[in-house]
Write a protein that binds this ligand. Structure first.
Ligand SMILES: Cc1cc2nc3c(=O)[nH]c(=O)nc-3n(C[C@H](O)[C@H](O)[C@H](O)COP(=O)(O)O)c2cc1C
Length: 191
């Protein structure tokens, strides 16, 4: 859970979400966006919660926003992410400017969006918006990371070449190999 927050609203939910994620069996960490400049993890999922101030990033997201603009696709490709934006429609010209900008940059550079960008409006029905985004997040997170909702196991697939090789070795071994992989329990990290 990475947050950009001046007054603590986005940071507060990042901490709460981390706690909820732990309860659901995920490993989770909370940090300001500035701590992940140039090192977005490609394992697990990155959840970003950030506000905007007059169209600019909060202080603890400034360096991240500068980096993301110039980052090379190699640094971003393969990152699984979801963003919940914090804003207020009274700032009409720059409403949700920073979350939208981060979403656009990540997606353009090859990161994989797990769930649609959420927008929480401090002068709107924000509790409902937040709740809906979180509910959808859990479903999309499992789907996007290939985890079975009921068993918590990760779907694994083996390549054709590997399959053929195993088939040559005999059916018994194929079964054992697949079993081994299926039983490998999931350990997903959320940053
Ligand atoms: C001085 C000021 C400027 C703001 N500028 C924007 C803005 O440009 N766009 C926007 O969507 N919200 C804007 N907001 C609303 C905040 O982003 C919103 O209240 C948010 O929930 C604050 O989150 P935080 O407590 O995590 O920083 C502004 C709020 C203040 C006080």
């Amino acid at each position: 859970m990475l947050y950009g927050s001046n007054l603590g609203t986005a940071e507060g939910l990042a901490r709460e979400l981390a706690h909820l994620a732990q309860e659901r069996g995920f490993n989770s960490k909370v940090a300001p966006l500035k701590d992940y400049v140039g090192k977005l993890p490609k394992e697990g999922a990155v959840l970003i919660l950030t506000s905007s101030y007059n169209g600019k990033p909060p202080a603890n997201a400034k360096a991240f926003v500068q980096w993301i603009e110039t980052a090379k696709p190699e640094e971003i490709e393969g990152v699984h992410y979801a963003i919940l934006g914090y804003g207020d429609h009274n700032w009409a010209e720059t409403y949700q400017h920073i979350p939208r900008f981060i979403d656009q940059q990540l997606s353009a550079k090859g990161a994989l969006r797990l769930t649609p960008l959420g927008e929480r409006d401090a002068s709107g029905n924000f509790e409902h918006q937040e709740k809906q985004w979180i509910e959808q997040l859990w479903l999309d997170l499992l789907k996007g990371l290939g985890i079975d909702r009921r068993t918590g196991l990760k779907h694994m697939s083996i390549g054709n070449q590997q399959k053929e090789q195993l088939q040559r070795q005999g059916n018994q071994q194929v079964q054992e190999h697949v079993q081994e992989h299926v039983q490998e329990h999931l350990k997903i990290d959320i940053f």
